[in-house]
Design a protein around this ligand. Structure first.
Ligand code: FES
Ligand code: ZN
Length: 294
């Protein structure tokens, strides 16, 4: 098979794009698709994203949020740190276990008696927003890829979650002075493509999935979409891009009202206190009850 761009021998075949590329042309194709996403508006996925943003000349700083999930977190932190050190890139590290007692994901899940991913999502949002604010960054870019986008979109559609559908865009303008613009430049790039890119660029990343992801709803959606993609290549990309083109604007009016300020931490909040502070308050309460009873 020949490279679509230069006609040399192809090393990567992309059935969803009906294309094949040699190593250099694939790297070019990948970086161009990320660049386009930025122009439109603004593990491996994050590192592939970081690598590409740097290659495209963007000024960046990495944020690693340690979730306190045993070996998985320590291995992830090691990989990110050595990636940044080898390229002399600035990296901030925030570790949940150092932010407060009981905040590491396994403990947070234990005290709140909820799925680890619930606390994880709330913490990630808060610490990413906080780091962008503290660092004075205008843009917060995350490595969500096409597979993540398609799985989330499917979940939102199955439950007709209108406010989420309203926000399901690759670029989100800030709705509060303390928010940065949020961009997901990999939203058109499949998990397979980011894995190939990371491999071709010699990026060493954590291959294991988070141990809590087994049985998570997102994974069920991903498997369903993979089966669809298997028989109809290009389905995921069409699902996400056609949604953005035709349906997303129809949901734009369903957004929540703009957030106010959290009475506890001062970050944007949709109620008196923000979701993060509610969660931390719950953990603190349950934790002190457990200590009192012990
Ligand atoms: Fe969030 Fe695993 S619980 S990444
Ligand atoms: Zn708060």
């Amino acid at each position: 098979m020949k490279c679509k761009r230069c006609a040399a021998k192809a090393t990567v075949q992309l059935r969803s794009h009906n294309s094949a590329f040699c190593k250099d042309c694939f790297v070019f194709f990948f970086q161009r698709s990320v660049e386009r996403s930025i122009d439109v508006s603004g593990g491996k996925d994050s590192l592939a994203l970081w690598d590409t943003l740097v290659a495209l000349g963007y000024q960046t700083e990495g944020l690693y949020l340690g979730l306190g999930i045993g070996d998985y977190s320590s291995a992830s932190e090691r990989k990110v740190s050595s990636y940044a050190a080898a390229r002399a890139l600035p990296l901030r590290i925030v570790r949940l276990e150092e932010e407060g007692d009981g905040l590491a994901i396994p403990e947070a899940a234990f005290f709140t008696r909820r799925q680890p991913c619930a606390a994880c999502g709330t913490f990630k949002r808060h610490y990413f927003d906080r780091a962008a604010l503290d660092g004075g960054f205008a843009v917060l870019a995350t490595g969500h890829n096409l597979d993540d986008e398609a799985a989330r979109l499917l979940g939102n559609v199955l439950h007709w979650q209108l406010p989420y559908l309203a926000k399901r865009q690759p670029v989100l303008a800030p709705t509060h002075a303390k928010f940065a613009r949020k961009v997901r430049p990999l939203y058109r790039t499949s998990e397979y493509e980011t894995a190939v890119y990371a491999f071709l660029r010699g990026i060493d990343y954590v291959v294991e999935e988070c141990p809590n992801s087994h049985g998570a709803t997102q994974l069920v959606y991903k498997e369903l979409l993979n089966r669809l993609e298997e028989t109809m290549p290009g389905s995921k990309l069409a699902f996400v891009s056609d949604f953005l083109r035709h349906a997303q604007p129809l949901f734009a009016g369903s957004s929540d009202n703009p957030p106010g300020d959290c009475a506890r931490c001062g970050m944007p909040a949709f109620a008196d206190i923000c979701g993060y502070c509610r969660l931390v308050g719950e953990i603190e309460r349950r934790r002190s009850q457990a200590v009192a009873n012990s």
